[in-house]
Design a protein. Sequence first.
Length: 353
Amino acid sequence: MDIQITKNTSPKEKPEASVLGFGKYFTDHMFIMDYTPDKGWHDARIVPYGPLELSPACTALHYGSEIFEGLKAYRRPDGGIQLFRPLENARRMNRSAERLCLPEFPEEMFMEALRVLIDLDKDWVPSAPNTSLYIRPFMFGNDENLGVHSVKHATFVIILSPVGSYYKEGLNPVKIMIEDQDVRAVRGGTGEAKCGGNYAASNRAGERAEKKGYSQVLWLDGVERKYIEEVGAMNVLFLINGVVVTPQLRGSILPGITRKSIIELLKSEGYPVEERLISVDELAEAMANGTLEEAFGSGTAAVVSPIGALIYKDKEYVVNGGKIGKLTQHLYDTLTGIQWGKSEDKFGWTVKL
Ligand SMILES: *Cc1c(COP(=O)(O)O)cnc(C)c1O
């Protein structure tokens, strides 16, 4: 792939680690590439980070044909930079593309675009504890045409954002509201695709939860509102009676790479893990009788996020005394150890740049 590079002649001041937060600052460059049926993917370029020029009739703005990915580049103790399972992101993006009738983006090109862009902006990979460079590849339909049909012109972009920890409060347990009105996704819909539309549909419940003082919602299945699905931007796992249980993937849940890694890690340590249907009644019972020992969300942004309380039908259940559990802490330490290159990666999950 031939990438045209236009260097930014007025690079920005890099923010202090303490103010980073999540997704507020962007590096000096971005990667862009276009697709049309006759030319395929073409015109790969890295240009100074800045506004995109779009037609007001651009497909994504009207009909929501947009997909994205999220992964991180980590600063190793030796100063090098590494990625965590980036091929999984490339593959998932192509599954999302297939669902939304966007063109496939070849995995090798995905990897090369990442390498070249991150190399150019490598000084933006922060080194303070718990900081990283968040990578946001995305693709959208970019036809100038209000007719409803599948996309011809697509645009693929990668932007980079230095980030601190996802939650302002750090690794503290959050309160989660079990949502029994709105639904996020149904089987056969786009729930297992990483697309912007899923988030647009989630915002109302998220706002309602926030007004009540809870940080996110836990979704139930869209048909019966009976089975646990996932949390806002995270998958969810429970430790019930010594067994880790998590909802099985059946079409409406986003197949998280953190979720997959946790399952593989637990299995390698001999921990019992079950991927199956979990009804909200089963969970309520486990909360009431104390067999729910720990609950946590999993995702690239926060890695592992302990759940300190669950609210269902206005009743609040405290989980593990509102504190982070031993297993949750162990998973956080193990995963972040591998991601930042502080502990041995016996799974071969990391890719050095
Ligand atoms: C991205 C995402 C996740 C987490 O996936 P990871 O690959 O672990 O980052 C979970 N749920 C939703 C809805 C997501 O968009």
